[in-house]
Design a protein around this ligand. Structure first.
Ligand code: GLU
Length: 505
């Protein structure tokens, strides 16, 4: 059995959709599982769609996810170059071989002629039904074709799709798939500038790079008959990789593929990382910058179309490598659910050590002009980490540790404030001042003893204490907060709010 070799073959045309990352992930898992190689190949033959920066961005996204290719434009490898535009000279002989065998032909139709035809004939297809009306070697004959070629007349090479042939292949997810070849048009294989189209390049490169399995999105299924025929004509079907067409990721509401527009409309990211369109300057938010952990992102993507047959939902990348199987990938599309995506992230944040959040915390503090001791920040992280659904929630969840509350939720304390409570807090301040050890356990003990003395219930004084320290009703356990804030700050905050309560009287 030959070594498993799989590839992710994106066109560098913009941001990387989460469906693309899922394709990367499934390729990666399959390669790791079989001790094979995972290749990144940049399919940039369509120069009109080329977007500067997009290739680097793809590599950055893969690096962020921890899905590093074994061979790629950046890392090299034995089967390079890994950018199709740098392989231009490779494809022409294959196209010529197809022409010589009568499986492809030269077409001299100018863009204007094609445009006129499309205007005149609704849904015009360059196919078996129309090819004999066009300016190509099939209609013009050998002598005219030769003359035109000698005069360097601009031309393309098109595949001649057979008329009465059923093309069949076995998809690892869908089983046997059949197409009537004549339903597909005569796709261009080589353009006038001798650059191949995707269809020719993908087949030639999968062959030359010894790809054994080709996994890609379902949207490529209609192109499969063209590819299967090219394999048959050029290299033999026994050499063809095993295909798997991965189910679409669907919009949460309604039907159809999840698009960037759906993300904008519903307020969630669709790209892996922030993407700025170099032409329009338009910025699109990514999962990374929104505060997702790579472990959560890969976990949630794995589950969009696959499960291991049990109820288990949380899988590390290593575990996915063990358990993933293409046979268990669903045929039907998977609806994207952002709330569920956040649930995964929250679960992974809970599993994260304090150090896993330190960098995010540091950059958020810096953003707010806060310079805090690392030790203090670590204590805060330990307390608030599990309350964050997104890494970017850190500031919102922790700001009261770094600056005194700008506002207090007085309405939830004021109406029930009385002299008894006032007296209690006057004495608790005195008691706190005397405390030798400042930790949550001792603070709670002191506080409860004082409550008993004053015949107050927890409900009477715990909420006011929380509002004094936090400004509002949220946050982790209140004595943990006081312990981290320290004696001086805790007492200062209690006093500050008591003053406000007095003033309101
Ligand atoms: N270049 C195609 C894309 O942009 C690759 C499809 C395939 O994997 O064959 O997705």
């Amino acid at each position: 059995m030959s070594t498993v070799r799989v590839r992710f073959a994106p066109s560098p045309t913009g941001g990387l959709h989460l469906g693309g990352v899922r394709t990367v992930l499934y390729n990666y898992l399959f390669a790791r599982q079989h001790g094979g190689q995972f290749i990144l190949r940049i399919e940039d033959t369509d120069q009109t769609r080329f977007v500067p920066g997009a290739e680097q961005y793809i590599q950055d996204c893969l690096a962020w996810c921890g899905l590093i290719p074994d061979e790629s434009p950046a890392h090299g490898g034995n089967y390079g170059p890994y950018r199709q535009s740098e392989r231009k000279a490779i494809y022409l002989p294959y196209a010529q071989q197809l022409v010589a065998a009568g499986q492809a032909y030269y077409a001299f139709d100018t863009p204007e002629e094609l445009e006129a035809k499309r205007k005149a004939v609704p849904n015009f297809q360059y196919s078996h039904a129309t090819r004999m009306e066009m300016n190509n070697s099939l209609r013009l004959g050998e002598a005219v074709t030769k003359e035109l070629l000698e005069k360097n007349t601009p031309h393309v090479i098109r595949i001649k799709m057979p008329e009465n042939e059923t093309v069949t292949f076995t998809d690892m997810i869908r089983g046997e798939v059949s197409f009537n070849a004549s339903q597909s048009d005569d796709k261009v294989l080589l353009k006038a500038d001798q650059m191949p189209t995707y269809h020719l390049a993908v087949v030639v490169d999968d062959f030359l790079m010894k790809i054994t399995h080709a996994f890609r999105g379902e949207e490529w299924l209609p192109s499969a008959p063209v590819h299967v025929l090219l394999w048959k004509y050029l290299f033999g079907l026994d050499k063809m990789p095993q295909w798997a067409h991965l189910p679409l990721i669907l919009k949460p509401d309604g039907n159809g593929k999840l698009s960037k527009r759906d993300g904008d409309r519903l307020g969630f990211p669709v790209f892996a990382m922030n993407w700025t369109d170099p032409k329009t300057g338009e910025q699109t938010k990514g999962f990374k910058e929104m505060g997702f952990l790579p472990a959560a992102f890969t976990n949630l993507l794995a589950m969009l179309g696959w499960n291991d047959g049990t109820e288990q939902e949380l899988f590390s990348l290593e575990e996915l490598v063990q358990k993933f199987s293409m046979e268990r990938v669903h045929k039907g599309g998977a609806k994207f659910d952002f709330e569920k995506a956040k649930w995964y992230n929250h679960e992974w944040i809970k599993r994260l050590g304090v150090e896993g959040m330190r960098q995010v915390a540091a950059s958020q503090l810096q953003e707010h002009g806060i310079a805090a001791e690392a030790d203090y920040t670590n204590k805060v992280i330990a307390l608030v980490k599990d309350r964050c659904t997104l890494l970017t929630d850190f500031w919102q969840e922790s700001k009261f540790f770094f600056e005194t509350p700008a506002q207090y939720d007085l309405p939830s304390v004021q109406p029930k404030w009385n002299d008894k409570k006032q007296q209690f807090f006057v004495e608790i301040i005195r008691q706190f001042e005397l405390m030798q050890f400042w930790n949550a356990t001792d603070l709670e003990k002191e506080f409860k003893e004082m409550m008993a003395v004053h015949e107050l219930k927890p409900g009477d004084v715990l909420l006011p204490l929380r509002v004094m320290l936090v400004g509002g009703k949220s946050g982790p356990a209140v004595f943990d907060i006081a312990a981290v804030l320290g004696k001086e700050e805790t007492i200062a905050r209690i006093k500050a709010m008591m003053k406000l309560l007095q003033l309101q009287k």
